[in-house]
Design a protein around this ligand. Sequence first.
Ligand code: S3P
Length: 434
Amino acid sequence: MKVYKGEVYSLPPDKSISHRAALIGAVAEGITEISNFSGGFDNQSTLAVLQACGVTIRQEETAVREGSVTRNVVIESRGLWSLDKPERELMCNNSGSTMRMMAGILAAQPFESRLVGDRSLMKRPMERVAKPLRLMGAGIALSSEHTAPIVVNGTKELHPIHYELPVPSAQVKSLVTFAALHAEGESRIVESLPSRNHTELMLGLQVETLDDGRWSVIVPGRKIIPAQPFHIPGDPSAACFIIALGLLGSDSEIILRDVCLNPTRTGYIDILLEAGAEITLENIRLSGGEKIGDVLVRNSPSMKPLRIDDPAEVANCIDEIPMLAVLSACATGEFVLQNAEELRAKESDRISAVVDNLKRLGFICDEYRDGFAVTGKDLHACGKVSIDSYDDHRIAMSFAIADKVLPAELEISDAEIIGVSFPNFFEIIDSLAQ
Ligand code: S3P
């Protein structure tokens, strides 16, 4: 097995924060300068959709390091109602965040628009988008399966809302927030499980803890949002793959620089530490309201199997579960996941996708409605195993890491889907291989 050592300076800029920086820029008044914007396909879809709605966006490539291009983005906007009616349908490609959060902004614009996506996105649930926006007064039509296309009939007269999130979803919380920014009066969005809070932090919104332990995001309507600069830190969800490589690769030691360590995103690090992973967080500081720092990871051969079953824990590490499952299976032959049915509604059904591919590698798995267990292994010693990426970037990357640490040779279908969030994934891995 190869040894992986070195420093990573060019993790992809955080996908969630990049989307939000662009969308906030589009409803702010003035010129928003965003440094280190992500070149991933999903974030580029958000820029393209905003441009199709008449928002002026300039993108400059500034430097290339470890195969990645650094981008600065400048957005000029005239405030809350500056979008124009698009001349064509708005193609969000693979990006659920683009489709859902744009729906929130479009609900407040006085014209009709139509959001579409690729094969995977057109299958994902959108009733969670339609319900709050209809309650606020927008016209929202979905397919008979409650999926995209989303046809939005926006209105300048949105009502404020008091909305209790039915699923722990930062995308839904954010799309309601974006719509509520345009409503006449104050809205409140109540969560019972913590989802990522970048939108609240970036807009400086007040968050109130309720007597029953839940909390409420308070969104004042129709306030001018002055343009502000944003710098995008490294993506902790992308870091997870490189951390897994460092934990599994024999004698490996990797340091990742400038990673976003917002506690609503780092649940997976806590889970790994609890299982005995050698991970150290260093040089912790605040940047633009977000906690960032460096992550040092060392090969950890005596890690215990991972068990993820607490709903709050699941919500905090939802994007990292495929990698955590594959990591735990490779390291220990065991893994347990429960209370994670939401994982079936991602870019693929990630429960079935991980189980199918682990079985192809000889792992023994039981699949449940809301999770799965890996109970042992009968690994194919070597030879080729074909892996189905299910057109899902996180499935492709999880098994690409397994390919580096298992004796078998994995052939991953449509691996270019990795560009959705991590265009320089293989360049970084190659730069670390000794
Ligand atoms: C995201 C929220 C999560 C996550 C997605 C990005 C965001 O989705 O899975 O990759 O940026 O708000 P849900 O809100 O559907 O849980």
